[in-house]
Write a protein that binds this ligand. Structure first.
Ligand code: C5P
Length: 245
């Protein structure tokens, strides 16, 4: 069963700001600035490898909901163990690789639900990563996958849905395909977002916040357009206003 929406989805709640830093102080300061203007923040491998659970707790103390983006990929038993290990932190969204297969995804979803019940909070969304956007058709071929990226994304999205995940991470250009392959309540978490006129940086397949929401995204993951802005809260507010229709 899909997770309950852990918070109301007003426009600002749909924005999770990626705090791609190894510095706890910097992450805490940004989380404080963004309090009340975004739905939460995303902490990834870079932050967690540097600061671990203590760093997570320092950011969580600001009251900000946290998307813990560790992209677990291992045998089912180990992924379930990793989810149990981070469960006391009460993340709102967790990520795993769908390429771990159906049994790994099922165990991840079940474990997240059991742990949330045990710790007394709403089940986090367990979102699947399909094909990393850094990979193209020739990279897939190099690892023995002869399907093109789009077909493989659709296959893994459908499998993630069937295996009990709550949603998936997808690029803006995959939103429509992912929606068709899954269901209306499957949560589409979408990075690669750039407000009109902002720098793309290293992102190649970008979409504006309004277009991504219009295409069917549930949550937008936005980093540098907010974190590098002179006034991060104002930048986030402008993005929220742009999707408020
Ligand atoms: O700064 P920017 O808005 O590009 O940050 C996007 C965030 O989403 C980063 O944390 C990046 O690692 C993550 N991400 C991504 N593309 C994916 C998956 C995750 O940009 N396909």
């Amino acid at each position: 069963m899909p997770a309950a929406t852990p918070y109301s989805m007003k426009p600002s709640d749909r924005i999770f700001c990626a705090l791609d830093t190894t510095e706890t102080n910097e992450a805490v300061a940004l989380a404080r600035k963004l309090q009340g203007v975004v739905g939460g923040v995303k902490l990834g491998l870079e932050f967690f490898c540097a600061n671990g659970a203590d760093g997570f707790k320092a950011v969580a103390e600001t009251g900000m909901p946290i998307f813990l983006d560790l992209k677990f990929h291992d045998i089912p038993n180990t992924v379930a163990g990793a989810i149990r290990a981070v469960a006391p932190l009460a993340p709102k969204i967790l990520t795993i690789h769908t390429q771990g297969g159906p049994e790994m995804m099922r165990r991840a979803a079940e474990t997240a639900a059991e742990e949330a019940a045990k710790h007394g909070y709403d089940k986090p969304w367990v979102a699947g990563v399909t094909i990393l956007t850094s990979m193209d058709d020739s990279d897939l071929k190099a690892i023995g996958v002869n399907d093109v990226v789009a077909d493989q994304v659709v296959r893994l999205a459908a499998l993630a849905h069937k295996s009990g995940l709550d949603g998936m991470v997808c690029s803006p250009r995959e939103i429509k395909l992912a929606r068709l392959a899954t269901s209306p309540d499957f949560k589409l978490v979408v990075p690669g977002i750039r407000p009109a006129g902002s720098a793309a940086g290293d992102q190649k397949r970008i979409m504006t916040p309004a277009d991504a929401i219009g295409a069917g995204a549930d949550v937008l993951v936005i980093g540098r357009p907010i974190t590098q802005a002179e006034d991060p809260a104002a930048a986030a507010q402008a993005i929220a206003a742009s999707i408020d229709n």
